[in-house]
Design a protein around this ligand. Structure first.
Ligand code: ANZ
Ligand code: ZN
Length: 820
């Protein structure tokens, strides 16, 4: 059978599209109201190498959406760029002993060419790179604006430290106690660092998740909610002997206060050092030394033997009046709540283990069910052992007991209800070269001085001779000409901040920049963003469930509060695609199961690879490359393409005429495809297109024949549907059918509703409530005709058996009910 030359077709269409530029978003069309806007965005890549199978999948899925919306009459904004700062390029540069920019921009060009070959529907005129000074100018500007609003500040604190990359990591970049990038075990260090005050937005970040829940994947919504980690409880103040200041704890279980038999302060919190007695100090300091060596991974493990040290002081339990010892331990974290807890071993397992390890008293304050034989009881039940002359909780269920305790504490001035968030402020300083320099100058007399706006961007220095190898301070600190400056405020000698920003800062606002990529008066033109924003559909990996999405939401809210945006959420809908695996396992070098995208494209062509990725599964599911057949996809594409060579009618001839059977299949397919596309069931759309191809082939070979206008209609429809997934094949078909390029620019086909009507429906005939016959009738059959048909049916006649018919209920076209 005839087939097209995949490579030749790819080479043929690329320059045509380059010239047509069919995906350039037209600001004017939206501004004038000519077409509604649709902002389709897919996460921009790191330029860490050439594109891989993961990129291929997300781009194939995203393209279906962007191309479909365009056919539907939207003016689609579908931009692309590069998240081009970061450790990846910096580490590669160290290895090769060259400037990170060399590696970065070379890879960008490689990826750009691959994107082009892959026929993605991007508007390349809006291309941006976050490592360009024109871009990071505004990243720096935003930092200064955040700082003006009190949302960027510096503090000394224990931070996550990656000993391998020699840099600080945000909490979000520590996964199971390990560096997200290199896998090294993360340790702690005390450093003065820059933070964004994302915690100030915790409540809004949480509340605004609710309306998103419908159009974001559940697992992403849950991750965000958990990460923000709102809990309700109380602050309780405990008096400490020999100290004016009370020791305040945060607890989610104020109802268990009668069972608080000791207290624990985070060993590495300053508080511990303040509380410890001289006598206990040596023991405490020895312990602290041990704690500093342990990684977070070890500290948080529940099955880890409990360690700790008595601080030598006692507090008073405000309800029992008992003297309770204050300990320091590492299972309490310095930067959560108040960094101190009231320990209730009767109800909390970690406290229980600690009490057992150090022989501390255990009092149960919630009655476990009969026969329960555990250690700490965390379930529901009535309070016990919880009364004094002032207050009694005994018999109250947990929620009620909490409320009564909080009321009592509040009345006594000993505490109050409190809400706590697990969310920490966003640590953004990095001691690395390849990032946006923090635009602050440190002056011995003026302190922190922001770089004046008209001196932005603070451009990275040329590297000449500078050593990028990580050593715990930023390599920028060694660039003397760059670091030493005059203070903008007093003119005296001062130093630039030598840290750079976390690359997540860069990607927190890029989607806004795309709306007006050339903006020179600000990060973006607010009018353009009002027009295009927010993003209607975002597509990307759910590995960004917490990090990127949370930060982008935070930036959007701050920019809204600054009066620069009229919306508060950046991404209206989110599609998280699965991953491409091979033989059931994640592709990796060590397993040797990697599938090289370029090789697949060379072997089967772009269209077959794209079709395979879209057809393999629903977009959210993983795809196992071992289970799919790009060769089969290519065979199908050739089969579809052959239709276009068989059609013998002229373009536009007898439109709306021809074989009704085939026309019905065509129109039903278009109708259903639209619905399926709305619901992201792209794989089913492909399956339906395959069915349409088969029906058309049958019509040509053994039905109405190739000259019938219905065959042309069906084949053109195949080309249009295929253009969403297999743009080269579709374009080639479109041309063979006698049309001008590009098929991507045609409108979504109009469905003739009359062709959607089913030929017949099944009516059920019941006699005495029992089904006696099924009749195939026209959907618009009248009650009278349906009754007549039922009465004439031999099975019905037999069932009536000559008896008198007392009543006939007819519900055309579905049901006839006969009572005798
Ligand atoms: C007494 C108590 C009794 C607690 C009980 C729990 C159960 P979430 O839900 O995560 O907010 N906690 C408070 N600060 C802590 C810190 N810095 N490090 C480790 N643990 C800390 O957890 C709040 C609970 O975790 C608090 O409630 C406290 O223990 C502990 F039957 O107080 B609870
Ligand atoms: Zn100064």
């Amino acid at each position: 059978a005839a087939s097209y030359d995949v490579q030749a077709v790819e080479a043929k269409w690329q320059p045509v599209w380059e010239k047509l530029d069919p995906f350039r978003a037209d600001d004017a069309a939206v501004a004038s109201g000519e077409r509604p806007k649709y902002y389709a965005l897919t996460m921009f890549p790191y330029p860490s190498g050439d594109l891989h199978m993961g990129h291929a999948e997300v781009m194939a899925l995203h393209d279906v959406i962007a191309r479909y919306r365009r056919m539907q009459g939207y003016e689609v904004l579908n931009p692309m760029g590069w998240d081009s700062f970061g450790l990846n390029a910096e580490n590669a540069a160290i290895k090769r002993n060259e400037h990170p920019a060399t590696f970065t921009y070379a890879n960008i060009e490689v990826q750009y060419e691959s994107f082009k070959r892959y026929a993605t529907a991007f508007d390349w005129s809006r291309r941006l790179h976050t490592s360009d000074p024109e871009y990071y100018h505004w990243t720096q500007w935003l930092f200064l604006k955040f700082r003006e609003r009190g949302l960027a500040y510096r503090k000394l604190s224990p931070v996550n430290w990656c000993p391998q990359d020699q840099t600080v990591l945000a909490n979000e970049q520590v996964v199971d106690g390990r560096c997200e990038r290199c896998g090294a075990e993360v340790t702690k260090r005390e450093l003065t660092q820059w933070y964004f005050k994302i915690t100030e937005y915790a409540d809004r970040l949480l509340a605004d998740m609710e309306p998103l829940a419908e159009r974001w994947p559940d697992r992403v919504v849950h991750s965000q909610v958990n990460w923000i980690g709102r809990s309700e409880g109380a602050h309780v103040a405990f008096e400490v002997e020999g100290r004016d200041k009370a020791l305040t704890v945060y607890t989610t279980r104020p109802d268990t206060l009668f069972g608080a038999t000791f207290m624990v302060v985070a060993a590495d919190a300053h508080l511990a050092g303040e509380l410890v007695t001289d006598e206990q100090r040596p023991a405490y300091e020895a312990y602290l030394e041990e704690v500093r060596k342990a990684s977070e991974i070890e500290r948080m493990a529940t099955d880890r033997p409990k360690t700790g040290v008595f601080l030598g002081v006692h507090a008073t339990n405000p309800v029992t009046g008992q003297r309770i010892p204050v300990w320091a331990a590492d299972y309490v974290l310095a930067d959560y709540g108040t960094g101190a807890i009231m320990a209730v071993p009767g109800q909390d397992q970690r406290d229980y283990d600690f009490a057992k390890a150090f022989d501390l008293p255990i009092v149960r304050t919630v009655q476990p069910p009969e026969g329960w034989e555990g250690e700490a009881y965390t379930g529901a039940g009535p309070a016990i052992n919880s009364a004094n002359e002032d207050i009694s909780l005994d018999g109250l269920e947990v929620a009620e007991a909490k409320r009564v305790t909080i009321d009592w504490l509040t009345a006594q001035g000993l505490g109050s209800g409190a809400v706590n968030y697990r969310l920490r402020d966003w640590l953004l300083s990095r001691q690395r070269f390849w990032g946006a320099p923090i635009p602050i100058i440190h002056c011995p007399s003026c302190g922190e001085v922001p770089v004046p706006e008209d001196q932005l961007p603070v451009v990275l220095p040329e590297l000449k001779g500078a050593d990028l190898k990580p050593k715990g301070v930023s390599p920028l600190a060694a660039a003397e000409d760059w670091v030493n400056v005059d203070c903008p405020s007093c003119g005296g000698p001062a130093k630039r901040d030598s840290d750079t920003m976390d690359t997540f800062v860069d990607s927190s606002w890029y989607f806004l920049r795309f709306c007006s990529p050339g903006a020179t008066d600000g990060p973006f033109d607010p009018a353009q963003v009002r027009m295009w924003g927010p993003v209607d559909q975002y597509v990307g990996g759910v590995e960004h469930a917490v990090l990127h999405l949370l930060y982008a939401r935070f930036f959007t809210k701050v920019l809204h509060d600054m009066g620069m945006l009229d919306f508060t959420e950046p991404f209206q809908a989110l599609l998280g695609q699965g991953v491409v695996v091979n033989q059931g396992k994640k592709m990796s070098k060590s397993l040797g199961n990697g599938v090289n995208l370029g090789e697949q494209l060379d072997k089967f062509g772009v269209d077959a690879v794209r079709l395979t990725l879209v057809f393999a599964s629903p977009p959210e599911d993983n795809i196992d490359w071992a289970d799919v057949s790009p060769a089969g996809s290519l065979r199908f594409l050739q089969r579809a393409w052959r239709l276009s060579g068989d059609v013998t009618s002229e373009p536009g001839a007898d439109a709306g005429a021809g074989d009704v059977g085939l026309r019905k299949v065509t129109h039903r397919t278009v109708h259903d495809a639209a619905e399926l596309l709305e619901n992201h069931r792209f794989n089913v759309v492909v399956a339906r297109t395959m069915e349409l191809v088969n029906a058309t082939r049958k019509a040509i070979d053994s039905g109405c024949g190739p000259a019938d206008p219905a065959v042309r209609e069906a084949t053109e429809t195949v080309a249009i549907l295929l253009s969403l997934v297999a743009p080269y094949t579709a374009e080639e078909m479109w041309e063979r059918l006698g049309h001008q390029p590009s098929v991507a620019q045609v409108a979504w086909p109009t469905v003739d509703e009359s062709l959607l009507v089913e030929d017949t429906v099944t009516a059920i005939v019941q006699v005495q409530g029992k089904v006696k016959a099924r009749l195939e009738v026209a959907p618009d059959v009248s009650d009278a005709d349906l009754e007549a048909a039922a009465m004439a049916d031999p099975d019905v006649v037999r069932a009536i058996d000559g008896r008198e018919v007392r009543r006939v209920i007819v519900r055309a076209p579905k049901l006839v009910n006969i009572v005798v």
